[in-house]
Design a protein around this ligand. Structure first.
Ligand code: GRF
Length: 198
């Protein structure tokens, strides 16, 4: 099973997948990385790993539907079976959503359906968890539909919120668990031990 990873910025989640694959712990093959950000660390990580790294954005593809079509074309050209959004900050177009319906996953650093939606990303999520006095947080892998963070949940991991936590400390704990969850989920999919909800 060939996967594409879409990432906007740092790409530490992408790196965790690349490392797991290199170590033989990931039964899917990362083939293609797409970023909307030409200067992203994610693209550099992909290049260093010898993957195809594409900058596709509304700057490279202006005009209605052009970016959506370019993303579909790239995914098809590289024989992609499954798309993984790992810190991708843009909404996908209707073409990709339809062509890869049921085969696009996103990872979100909270226990959806709590604390998802537009604007809920990065430390804002963890600040909201702390402000709500939650005793636990976690991460969710879910199918992507046309809204933010609303598709069917595929896997979740829980982590404790400690009394001493600030947003940074909580973010770090969630990120470690999130990466492990994503690796395990993709590995299980690749091995046929897990099937995505339809
Ligand atoms: C992850 O926590 C993911 O849930 C969120 O963005 C973060 C990605 O960070 N959507 P990085 O770019 O992989 O370092």
């Amino acid at each position: 099973m060939h996967i594409a990873v879409l990432a906007s910025h740092f790409g530490s989640t992408l790196q965790a997948l690349l490392d797991a694959h290199h170590a033989g712990r990931l039964a899917v093959t990362p083939r293609l990385v797409i970023s909307n950000n030409s200067g992203s660390e994610a693209l550099k990580r992909a290049e260093r790993a010898g993957l195809v790294a594409l900058h596709l954005s509304s700057a490279t593809h202006p005009g209605p539907g052009a970016l959506d079509r370019a993303i579909v074309a790239a995914l098809e050209a590289h024989g992609i079976d499954l798309v993984v959004l790992a810190g991708y900050m843009k909404k996908l177009g209707q073409g990709v959503l339809e062509r890869y319906s049921g085969r696009i996953l996103n990872t979100h650093p909270a226990l959806l359906p709590k604390l998802g939606g537009k604007g809920m990303y990065g430390n804002r999520v963890h600040e909201a968890v702390l402000a709500a006095g939650e005793r636990e947080s976690g991460a969710t892998i879910h199918l992507v539909d046309s809204d933010y963070d609303t598709g069917a949940v595929v896997a979740q991991v829980r982590v404790p919120v400690l009394p001493s936590d600030d947003a940074e400390a909580l973010a770090e704990r969630v990120k470690q668990a999130e990466k492990q969850l994503l690796i395990e989920t993709l590995d299980a999919l690749g091995r046929g031990e897990l099937t995505l909800p339809s």
